[in-house]
Design a protein around this ligand. Structure first.
Ligand code: DX5
Ligand code: ZN
Length: 214
């Protein structure tokens, strides 16, 4: 299981100590929730923050764009060190629009993912699945950390897993929102490959919490 701690829940008054703990933990990814105050009712951070956090950490920088203009932000986050970009299905015009952005991200040598909100039908992914490295299933409404896991997400993970297996693809399933030891285990059983967790990791003993999700 790949664990991606979400820096949205970092205590920014003591960033260094927490990043040191991540260094010795079993986490191999770091999840960046980028919010523009438009696609979601919250603002988070820009590319410079990612850039400064790259120092001394050998992790996969997993950028989750919760923004209305993912084309613009893909470029600036890649320029500042993103290893993977995930954008939202809901903000794209049509399939061509999606394929163009996928091509751009791949042309920069980065991994590409699409995220769907809890109410978006998993079936919409079928035609584009083969072009993706990962799908991010939102298990809370995007915008804020600390929300409760939406139980229906489990069926959505299973449905997506079946789609990936039936088509013989190697797309990763990432789950984001309300993940703790209990919900993490359920997602793992349903077919998740990557677990994003914010509050559960940073409001507890960081190393132990990560270990419990592995
Ligand atoms: C929500 C974000 C999540 C969030 C997860 O919009 O996409 O990544 O940080 O936070 P927790 O683990 O606290 O639900
Ligand atoms: Zn996220």
């Amino acid at each position: 299981m790949i664990i991606a701690p979400s820096v949205l829940s970092l205590d920014y008054s003591d960033t260094k100590t927490q990043l040191e703990k991540l260094k010795v933990s079993k986490a191999t990814w770091l999840h960046f929730d980028v919010m523009d105050g438009h696609f979601v009712n919250n603002l988070s951070f820009g590319p410079h923050v990612l850039n400064t956090m790259k120092k001394g950490l050998d992790l996969f920088y997993d950028v989750h764009l919760m923004v209305s203009d993912p084309r613009f932000f893909s470029k600036s986050f890649i320029d500042n060190g993103a290893d993977g970009i995930t954008f939202h299905y809901e903000v794209m015009k049509d399939e061509n629009d999606i394929l163009e952005l996928i091509d751009y991200i791949k042309s920069r040598g980065k991994k590409v993912g699409i995220s769907i909100k809890p109410k978006t039908d998993v079936e919409v992914l079928r035609p584009i699945l083969k072009y993706l490295d990962l799908v991010l299933i939102m298990s809370v409404e995007p915008g804020f950390g600390g929300q409760a896991f939406i139980e229906e997400s489990v069926g959505r993970i299973r449905q997506l897993k079946k789609m990936i297996t039936d088509e013989n693809l190697s797309v990763l399933i990432e789950v984001d929102g309300g993940i703790n030891e209990e919900t993490g285990k359920i997602c793992k059983e349903a077919g998740a490959d990557v677990l994003v967790a914010g509050s559960y990791i940073f409001k507890n003993d960081i190393e132990k919490a990560i270990e419990s999700l592995c």
